[in-house]
Design a protein around this ligand. Structure first.
Ligand code: CMP
Length: 137
């Protein structure tokens, strides 16, 4: 059993595809262990994406991630990190495989509908950024 963090980003929430995204997780063996809708401040988005601080897109990314509410989800299942990344598709929707969340719903490399942890250490940090132990079942 493994846990990973998923975020349905502000563009996904605006497109009203929260249920569609969750349906894909559940249909593919991932369980919702925790979920909440929040609206991050820019500073909170900067803290979450601190690893990307030096990237040229950091300002734009954190502006986008704080422009409206997001849905944060702890997913649990066998190989949850890799499974979630497979369901999301490539970061840039132009490169994403057919049938993936980003191919179906994302506009571009930044407004790409979902985020998913990229490894076990990142998952642990990202889950603890939004949830405490009493909120995860
Ligand atoms: P995510 O999986 O949340 O991880 C970092 C995010 O930065 C990524 O999805 C995109 O939303 C964004 N991102 C990555 N690369 C670029 C880029 N070249 N230009 C703009 N945004 C990017």
């Amino acid at each position: 059993m493994e846990r990973t963090l998923s975020i349905i980003k502000p563009d996904g929430v605006k497109k009203n595809v929260i249920g569609e995204v969750i349906k894909r997780f559940e249909a593919n063996g991932l369980r919702i262990a925790a979920i909440k809708k929040i609206h991050m401040t820019k500073a909170q988005a900067e803290g979450f994406y601190a690893v990307h601080r030096a990237r040229p897109f950091f300002g734009s990314l954190t502006e986008f991630m704080s422009e409206g509410p997001v849905v944060t989800i702890v997913l649990e299942g066998n190989n949850a990190i890799a499974k979630n990344r497979e369901l999301m598709g490539a970061t840039n929707p132009k490169d994403a495989a057919a049938g993936t969340i980003r191919k179906d719903f994302a506009a571009d490399i930044e407004r790409n509908v979902v985020h998913g942890s990229d490894g076990p250490e990142t998952a642990a940090f990202e889950i603890s950024y939004f949830f405490n132990a009493l909120e995860i079942f």
